[in-house]
Design a binder for this molecule. Structure first.
Ligand SMILES: [Zn+2]
Length: 464
């Protein structure tokens, strides 16, 4: 990615009336998109002006691409950020249908060089995104800007414990951030065992750990032969920490600053970052680089402060064109300024839109399961995992409950509670289900996906 941290490489502002206000060392120009070196130093007016400038650059690039212009009818009437609301939403399945290798509809230029990523997710069809090198440079700039904003003590030695390979960008993202900070990087990946990682961290005095919440919690709570590690910062990414893991880390490593590395997706790059005043799922938005909206089920914007689905338009002139892309995350914009004084808006992430699982012909969602479990006092998705374990054409179902779930819940109680929730009940009552049982397990024993996420609904050895 090799993010250039020099001055502005070219103004790209010739035909923008407010352009002269934006030129200077405070901005970097990446393919005509202006990114603030420090978004928190901009006034609200400057943020809006930059965002509008970058939307105009995006629209100009879309107009020059026959494929993109055809794919998004209605773009001809869009000029301002507010006009984006007239466009239909782009769903993950729309993206899957319009992406390479079978389609070039969403590509600004099919001959672009760059970085190819595949999005994780529950959709049956993969979403492959062809990011340009300019886009990848933008991703790195936003990432390093986010880490600088999040940590009071900048990292000097970074353990990169994220998943590498499999067309996943997280590992490269951290690698590039570390290079730009600059800091010393230890590219461990997620396959290094926590015990081995702890030994390397101790031996080299590594001060910053970047890992999934599940891996980082396991590492920080087990330490090194019972002593705490020298880690000062834990940056997590991929999913939220959740109250139980946060509690365990606070208990084992009370002096470690725990912050989100970024709110980011493979398709869009970084969308949010944390300042030291923000914890948990609260993030500032990279508003110069994206337009984020919160919408209702019909795709209409909700009043500020109301929860809804997050939709994003990444501002870019190359790579993939995504207008009003549905992120599948729920969120709410926060009213009022943040304690850090930044004029950048903040969002609180409220979890994924309900995800679903299909067993034979029966489909049910995580929300459906949670409604059933709530009747027994299990309120948080992070306190349970519904596992379907295939054995040939039959399967076993195991419901794991964390220690934070109420005591005394038996398999029979769950079976009874599920009777009112037909689809989930059908899965455990099917003749193909050879066993159903409830087990207690600490969060570290919950199954993780290859990319380190802990899903509520989990299948192993999917049937043929
Ligand atoms: Zn802040």
């Amino acid at each position: 990615m090799g993010v250039a941290l020099g001055g502005v490489r070219g103004s790209g502002l010739a035909d923008h009336p407010a352009g002269d206000r934006l030129i200077g060392p405070r901005f970097r120009d990446v393919g005509g998109i202006l990114l603030a070196a420090d978004l928190d130093s901009l006034s609200r007016d400057e943020i809006d002006t930059t965002q509008q400038h970058n939307l105009s650059a995006t629209l100009t690039a879309a107009r020059q691409s026959t494929d993109v212009w055809k794919r998004f009818p209605g773009l001809e009437t869009v000029a301002t950020v507010g006009d984006l609301q007239t466009l239909p939403l782009l769903s993950p399945s729309d993206l899957a249908a319009g992406c390479p290798p079978h389609s070039a509809d969403l590509l600004f230029d099919p001959r672009t060089s760059g970085l190819v990523l595949r999005s994780s997710g529950t959709a049956s069809r993969p979403k492959t995104v062809y990011h340009s090198w300019d886009f990848t440079e933008r991703v790195g700039l936003l990432g390093v800007r986010g880490v600088r904003a999040a940590l009071e003590t900048p990292p000097t030695r970074v353990a990169n414990c994220l998943f590498a390979g499999d067309l996943n960008g997280a590992f490269l993202f951290v690698h590039d951030i570390t290079r730009c900070l600059p800091a010393l990087v230890f590219p461990m990946g997620e396959n290094t065992s926590p015990a081995e990682a702890a030994a390397i961290i101790e031996a080299h005095g590594i001060d910053t750990l970047v890992a999934s919440p599940a891996y980082g919690t396991e590492l920080l709570t087990s330490g090194r032969d019972g002593h705490p590690l020298p880690v000062r910062n834990f940056l997590f990414i991929g999913e939220s920490m959740g109250p139980e893991r946060s509690r365990l880390v606070r208990l084992a490593a009370p002096d470690v600053a725990v912050q989100s590395l970024a709110y980011s997706t493979s398709e869009t790059g970084p969308l949010g970052y944390q300042c030291p005043h923000q914890t948990g799922a609260v993030h500032h938005l990279h508003e110069d680089a994206n337009v984020v909206e919160v919408v209702d089920d019909a795709g209409r914007p909700v009043p500020s402060g109301t929860p809804g689905e997050l939709v994003v338009t990444p501002l870019t002139t190359s790579g993939m064109a995504l207008f009003r892309y549905r992120l599948g995350d729920r969120g709410r914009l926060l009213a009022g300024p943040c304690g850090c004084g930044s004029a950048a808006r903040s969002v609180v992430l409220l979890g994924r839109m309900p995800n679903s699982m299909t067993i034979d012909t029966v489909t049910f969602s995580s929300d459906h399961l949670m409604s059933a479990l709530r009747t027994l006092g299990v309120a948080k998705p992070s306190d349970c995992q519904f596992q379907v374990l295939w054995e040939g054409h039959r399967y076993r179902v195991r419901l794991l409950l964390s220690p934070a779930a109420p005591n005394g819940i038996t398999t029979d109680m769950i079976r009874t509670a599920l009777r009112d929730f037909h689809e989930v009940h059908e899965v455990i009552a099917s003749p193909r289900c050879v066993a159903f049982e409830v087990q207690r397990a600490v969060t570290g024993q919950f199954a993780r996906t290859r990319r380190g996420k802990v899903p509520v609904l989990y299948q192993h050895g999917v049937s043929s």
